[in-house]
Each structure stands twice: as structure tokens, then as C-alpha cells.
Design a protein around this ligand. Structure first.
Ligand SMILES: [Zn+2]
Length: 256
């Protein structure tokens, strides 16, 4: 199966012992493209380094709400510089996380998000959005400050109503492991409804491993299980889901 994993932290320390072999196995299994997001300045740099090393890997740069706002203004200049590096195809992952908010209160998270929306517009790049228990504020921001942004809502966990709004605002809906979890009734129902031209698949590796590997470390080769589950839900061949999702991702990330 030809696969595009739109969100995999292949720069994570979970792969420090066997990264080379893990990636070789993924490419062997049909993974043709991976977008590796940053969550802070360091991981944005390591994502770019991985993209420089592997033709199949592309990078996103950004600061995750869990990490908190940069302490120095110079970090913003650096992020701006990183955003213009070759093979940087998105700003991410960015967004709001009201579940893990010990490091960063809600107002600071909003400010951080809004500033990175502007960065994405400046570079004409799509955004990779992380949203955990912050659906209302996220949609408010996207309707105001983010009305000219576009991109992906990654590892989608919201309602079909919200997905419809996002699709109207030029966003793609990306599904990860949870769509294949037995008890994910809402996510499954949303996946069934999302139009094929707005659907993407991802692993969010090393997290959220889909069945039958739940509990083990995730990797981009598992993207095929997401395609299989969505195929089951939509009554389509998994290959067709994977191929359409791959074409969608190439179009969004402007990959030739
Ligand atoms: Zn992630």
C-alpha cells in the first residue's frame, strides 16, 4: 500500500536506538512520505535535519501548547528562519491543550497559537493543529485570527458538526490510531462522514498505536491500519483510501 503519514514524531527519542532500521522497514512497507512535526525549537531543528537526510521525510516547525511560549524574543526570529528552510511544508504542531495546561495557561496558549497562525500566513504554509479539550476556543480563534489560515486538524477527536465547520474553513481532517480503537464511536462516525477529498491519515508515532499493536511503540508503517479501518467504515478498499489520502496530502503540502 502506498502511504503518506501526515504526522509522525520520527525525531522522538523513542527511536534513538534503532531509527535507521525502523525507517528502512517503514519505507519497505510502502511508506512514501512522512511529515515530522516539531514541538519546540529543538525538535523543529531535528525535524529539518531528518528531512535533509531522508528523501521521504518532510518537516514542520512550531511550538506545541504543552511546551509553553518561548522565553526569548530571539526564538521567534529563529522560528521564522526555520520556517523558510527547504522541505519545511507546514507550521506545527500548534494549537490548544486544556488537558495538559500545567506549563502554559489558556491565555498564553491562545497568544502562542495566534502568533504562529500569523507565521504560517507569512510563509504561506498550512498549519498542523493539536486540539485537546479546547474545541470552543479553537474554533473561535480559527474564525477570527485564523480565517485566512488552512491546514490540518490532526488526530481528530471532535464532533461531525465541528468537522463540517473546519472543512468549510479550508481544513483537512486527519485520523490516527483512535479511529481504530474499539470504543471510539464518535471518531468512527465522523470518519464515515468526512468527504474523501478532505481526509488524511497519520500515526502520531510514537503514540496512539492502533490495534492489533496497541500498547507497543507506534511507527509510520502502521498508517496502513488507519487506512484499513477507514476503508471498513466507508465500504471502500484500504488501498483506495490510502491513495486518495496520499494525493490530498501532496496537494496540501505542495509536494511535487
Ligand atoms: Zn503530534
Amino acid at each position: 500500500m502506498e502511504l503518506f503519514d501526515t504526522h509522525a514524531h520520527v525525531n522522538d527519542e523513542a527511536y534513538d536506538q534503532d531509527r535507521e532500521a525502523m525507517l528502512a522497514a517503514c519505507f519497505e512497507a510502502g511508506v512514501q512520505y512522512i511529515v515530522c512535526p516539531g514541538v519546540d525549537i529543538e525538535t523543529s531543528k531535528s525535524a529539518i535535519a531528518m528531512a535533509a537526510k531522508y528523501p521521504q521525510i518532510y518537516a514542520a516547525v512550531g511550538i506545541h501548547p504543552e511546551e509553553g511560549a518561548p522565553k526569548n524574543e530571539s526564538d521567534w526570529d529563529l522560528l521564522d528562519e526555520l520556517a523558510s528552510q527547504p522541505k519545511v511544508v507546514a507550521i506545527g504542531e500548534i494549537g490548544l491543550d486544556y488537558y495538559n495546561d500545567e506549563n502554559c495557561d489558556h491565555d498564553t496558549q491562545k497568544e502562542l497559537f495566534i502568533r504562529q497562525l500569523a507565521l504560517a500566513r507569512k510563509h504561506d504554509l498550512p498549519i498542523l493543529i493539536h486540539d485537546r479539550e479546547a474545541h470552543g476556543d479553537l474554533m473561535d480563534i480559527l474564525c477570527k485570527e485564523g480565517k485566512d489560515n488552512y491546514g490540518i486538524l490532526h488526530c481528530y477527536s471532535g464532533s461531525w458538526e465541528m468537522a463540517k465547520e473546519l472543512i468549510k474553513h479550508n481544513f483537512y481532517i486527519s485520523f490516527a490510531g483512535p479511529v481504530a480503537f474499539k470504543n471510539s464511536k464518535t471518531v468512527k462516525a465522523v470518519a464515515k462522514e468526512v468527504p474523501m477529498d478532505r481526509l488524511l491519515i497519520e500515526t502520531d508515532s510514537p503514540y496512539l498505536t492502533p490495534p492489533p499493536f496497541r500498547g507497543k511503540r507506534n511507527d509510520p508503517s502502521k498508517t496502513q491500519y488507519i487506512a484499513e479501518e477507514i476503508g471498513r467504515l466507508k465500504g471502500m478498499e484500504a488501498e483506495e483510501v490510502a491513495k486518495t489520502a496520499l494525493e490530498n496530502a501532496k496537494r496540501l503540502f505542495k509536494i511535487q
